[in-house]
Design a binder for this molecule. Sequence first.
Ligand SMILES: NC(=O)c1ccc[n+]([C@@H]2O[C@H](COP(=O)([O-])OP(=O)(O)OC[C@H]3O[C@@H](n4cnc5c(N)ncnc54)[C@H](OP(=O)(O)O)[C@@H]3O)[C@@H](O)[C@H]2O)c1
Length: 303
Amino acid sequence: MPTHTEQKLGWIGIGRMGYAMAERLAKGGCDLAVWNRTKSKAQPLAKHGAKVVNQLEELSGKDIVFVMVSTYDDVKEVVAKVGKPKMIVECSSISLEGSAELRKSLSAKGIEYLAAPVSGNAKVIKAGKLTFVVSGPQAAYAKARPYLDMMGAGSSYVGEGELSRIAKICHNVHLGVVIQSLCEITVLAEKAGMPRHAFLDFLNKSVMGSMFTRYKAPALVNLDFHVTFTPKLLRKDMDLGLDAGRRFEVPMPVAALTRDLLQQMIGHGMTEEDFSTLLLMQARASGIELKPENVQVGDGLAS
Ligand SMILES: NC(=O)c1ccc[n+]([C@@H]2O[C@H](COP(=O)([O-])OP(=O)(O)OC[C@H]3O[C@@H](n4cnc5c(N)ncnc54)[C@H](OP(=O)(O)O)[C@@H]3O)[C@@H](O)[C@H]2O)c1
């Protein structure tokens, strides 16, 4: 098993997720070089020992390069310029087809490839609870696994090829449907007369509560919509799910409806805050105006 300083690591994409993930590797003492299109966002990682590079080509020759950007087009763009690292671990949420195309082109260049999308937002990463779902050659997984472990609560290996992509797409379709449903019932409870914090306290203690519904409670109660995940990125994932549903001939009526509700919100210009602003859409459609309750509610992430 490699020690943390043995493997030379590279990182591409220091956005909300990439920053928090790379920060855990840097703080863990890894030999890490990072690149971000907007260099200033990566700069603070230098104080944890990461080397912030100017050119993607400087990551060529690294043992493992992690990628965390936005869409498949962005992945293609950065990977085309990275030269020849020994392995690429691609963590963005992208399609099955995109991932398969990437695997083919990397294999032709003799670069090992793992598809390793994640579950959790930046706060979840800070709490050490990020999880990965991984597919690709088992030998590559064995090499990358210690670093995946350093970034969170572990990884699930689901097999060869692009299987992890479909697992992640299913996961995020569920995320979209759950947040919409949570917003509907929270507004219903409030319109019927109870404070949101009281309703969510009950829900979150019940069998229907989850890590997700708990960590969304502060946003829904106090209307703190600092972005964790944008409506447009969630729409991308709903679209990936609906595309997969068409490809595998699986009807997805609930996902389709949720995707359109999200589209409606984006059409109203609500793009810059968190995806949980679906709550405000739901309130508007119900003829009520929500106010922050200013009640301290836990996010359930402290262990
Ligand atoms: N946020 C979440 O809760 C969450 C959870 C699980 C998975 N994901 C997935 O993780 C990925 C990243 O999400 P995020 O929330 O971290 O997004 P984000 O904050 O918007 O960060 C996107 C990152 O990608 C870079 N990027 C985008 N297009 C690029 C291009 N063409 N060339 C070079 N760099 C490019 C950005 O660089 P700049 O800084 O220069 O813009 C930034 O570093 C997405 O695929 C998302 O679906 C997100």
